[in-house]
Design a protein around this ligand. Sequence first.
Ligand code: PFF
Ligand code: NA
Length: 459
Amino acid sequence: MEKTSIHGMWSSRMAFILAATGSAVGLGNIWRFPYMASDNGGGAFVLVYLACIALVGLPILMSEVLLGRHGRRSPVNALTDLVRDLGASKGWISIGWIGMVAGVLILSFYSVVAGWTLHYSWLYFSQLFGAPAITDPGATFSGLLGNPLELSAWHAVFMVLTVAVVALGVEKGLERAVRFLMPALFILLLTLVIYGATTGHLSEAAAFLFKPDWSQISGRTFIDAMGQAFFTLSLGMCTMMTYGAYLPKGVSIPQVGVTVALADTGVALLAGLAIFPIVISFGIDPQGGGPGLIFTSLPHAFNAMPFGIAYGLLFFALLSVAAWTSSISLMEPATAYLVERVGMTRRKAALLVAGICWIVGLATVFSFNIWSSVRVPEGMGVISNKNVMDMIEFVSNNLMLPLGGLLIALFAGWVVKKSLLKDELDTLSPGVLALWRWVVRVVAPLLVLAVLISPFVLD
Ligand code: PFF
Ligand code: NA
């Protein structure tokens, strides 16, 4: 009989694709990717980012899913079983622990930013009923950031929404939600690209995004691109491993992996093509946009376009939903672990994890107001001048996720038996399997390692 997970199973291949795409597609694509590109000078960053997705992201994505499906338990326990069966070192179990800690750190700031999108949804919703328009987007955004009470309230609302779904178990609400909402988001972005074309700046935007200006490339480009690749594909913290645990046998892991990676990359590029024409046409500098980029640029377009209020509402509401399907997956590893290990109910476990994330998230909330002067001193290389939120992002996205990914690749490539890999990746031809294994053993680890140590050697 086939081994199944005590937490439930995805009802079909499609259900997994939707859930994994729901996890991947989120703020990382629409909020973070454009401003990372903006801060790193555009095209050169995008190219390095795409290389990271193909050479590191996709192979590790497949590794995570196959390890999860083989283990059928939450990461720490799945790895414990596997290490025991293989007679390997218990040290590998640390991958699961790194993942849970990274998940809490990421969710802590993710939820704060998702709170911004909720707030903007509310701003457009109330405009439908006569509230004043956002005439000065920069001022509106800094007004929000300057208000810790408002920030922590929206952060709380978003956490409650996340707990509500995780507590119910993932299959019910989620499968249904992503089935309609993800395509809707896609269409909305496409419309925004078409709008961007009417501004007459689409080709300039495309040039900024796709024509590499090699003079802009630095150590930081590689660090940011690698971090973004891990973050956007939800890799390195065992999220995809956890989702893989609920994946029925018989579904082709390479096929679903490619689908998820393509969908995620497509949405990111589309978001870039939607946002930069607007940025350029409203006279905003496309370089150095920072985390406020979409919040300070898009409202200009929504003010100018027909039905802009309804459109703005739809845009931010769908972005909130995209963030929601990602935050659910951020909570799942720790929640599943608590259920298995301590025998907590799903509901209690989810509440506990969310409570911790909310409290840790206050550090992000304060980094824009009462702690805004807390900065890493100059002369500290790539982390110079970062604020508290930047540092939390740096530690999770640029250190913990790549470290987790590196260990996952090494484990899948060197420790796991070839027969197990062959069994889980049975749709690959022997040649492709060998290629994949070589990438996971050698190429991906070397690339990640190079990027991982660079912050310590670069200035
Ligand atoms: N991939 C998500 C995004 O791009 O918004 C963020 C994320 C979700 C990161 C889940 C990590 C994770 F485990
Ligand atoms: Na993403």
